[in-house]
Design a protein around this ligand. Structure first.
Ligand SMILES: [Zn+2]
Length: 98
């Protein structure tokens, strides 16, 4: 896995709650920090990682927390696995934290 994928694994997986466009990832090399942003909305910009200085969870950790709350009924596990195999892209709407 490429280094940027480890730091920003969610680009084009998350949808901007403001305009519906995909969020993309970028880094500021001098600061070694990673972010997600919406190209359509200049004010939608979030930390990828949780830092000591950040007020909110980074989007990577917020996504993990969201998924940890998902519990599948045993009856749908096999169907869900099959659907994951068929999908090349999973889009999950995440409530944006501003
Ligand atoms: Zn947007």
């Amino acid at each position: 896995m490429v280094l940027y994928q480890l730091n920003r694994p969610l680009p084009r997986l998350l949808i901007c709650s403001n305009c519906g466009g995909f969020l993309i990832g970028y880094a500021i090399k001098g600061k070694r920090t990673h972010y997600y942003k919406c190209n359509g909305c200049k004010h939608i910009n979030m930390n990828a990682k949780t830092t000591k200085a950040s007020r909110n969870l980074g989007l990577n950790d917020a996504f993990k927390e969201l998924l940890s709350g998902v519990v599948l009924n045993n009856e749908v596990v096999d169907v869900f696995k099959l659907q994951l195999k068929k999908c090349s892209l999973i889009c999950i709407r995440v409530q944006m934290i501003n």
